[in-house]
Design a protein around this ligand. Sequence first.
Ligand SMILES: NC(=O)c1ccc[n+]([C@@H]2O[C@H](COP(=O)([O-])OP(=O)(O)OC[C@H]3O[C@@H](n4cnc5c(N)ncnc54)[C@H](O)[C@@H]3O)[C@@H](O)[C@H]2O)c1
Length: 350
Amino acid sequence: MPKKIVALAGDGIGPEIMGAGLEVLATVAKKVGFDYVVEEHAFGGAAIDQVGHPLPDQTLVACRTADAILLAAIGAPQYDNAAVRPEQGLLQLRKELGLFANIRPVKIFDSLKDYSPLKAERLDGVDLVMVRELTGGIYFGEHILETDQASDSNTYQVEEIERVVRSAFDLAQKRRKKVTSIDKQNVLATSKLWRKVAEEVGKDYPDVTLEHQLVDSAAMLLITNPSRFDVLVTENLFGDILSDEASVLTGTLGVLPSASHAVAGPSLYEPIHGSAPDIAGQGIANPVSMILSVAMMLEESFDLQVAGKIIRQAVEQTFDKGILTKDLGGSAMTSQMTAHIIEEIERSSL
Ligand SMILES: NC(=O)c1ccc[n+]([C@@H]2O[C@H](COP(=O)([O-])OP(=O)(O)OC[C@H]3O[C@@H](n4cnc5c(N)ncnc54)[C@H](O)[C@@H]3O)[C@@H](O)[C@H]2O)c1
């Protein structure tokens, strides 16, 4: 039976890069014999325009019954002050599907080193993965805004911490076997619990080294010595901030994919960036973040390691030839970049 992939193109550059991702998927699927169907559904601002809500029931039902979900991006300036924002649809989708572990790999492409704000020698050996807790913490706590005061509550249950820390250790076992758990345990109660649980989980993984870093120190080390990290794991708020910081190392947001996993049910794959309204409709968006999200999906949801490798190699070869979109100082349009990657995939002997 063909695997069902739900595609949520969303807003801004979303439809442009989703198109690129699906073209690449079709090419690699043909090469490796992967049988699938794509169902496209409205999400985000596009869904507000159609039915008045960013996550229509029909879209949620389709996602629940999918084998994997591809999301491009959501958000547009016209909704900034709207009663319901596109971003609320994304928070709801993550919660409904229980997508508690957000995995964001940051790897520096050799031929892109000069585009990073960091000196090239600082980037040697940078290959890290940020694991961010995605369905708990302060984003899902009570938010009270009064005239003269405001508060946001941050709550974590032991099991919420345990399952995401375990995901980080499982990942580290397949990599360089080091986990950095990030907290603010000198101040926050949630962080004290986080550290205690991380220590307990670590006992089940004697082959993996566990270190703890305070979030402020981790923020500094990500810039001064990023190659020291292998797998980082942290709570929702810290992870949101640190994963954007880590993404800067690559020189553009346009090359970074992510995966979000649940205990059971479909995973969701999406670029880490937003809908880039400033460049939407111009055909200049970098499609690589979406294309690498497709690679992650093939590897992690369908165990098609070779398919993922073919895509990664094709992206690298395209960069090596100096074919770059505008965010990397090049002149290739989204469609040209995608066509070059597809050519490399077709030529691949893997
Ligand atoms: N998961 C998501 O869908 C998601 C994530 C973050 C922000 N957003 C939403 O996206 C909208 C825009 O937010 P923002 O401008 O702060 O962040 P953004 O990530 O959309 O854009 C930041 C900058 O990076 C550039 N950029 C991003 N992706 C690119 C790509 N693939 N190729 C070339 N350049 C790229 C943009 O042009 C912009 O200059 C907002 O509505 C925000 O809420 C959505």
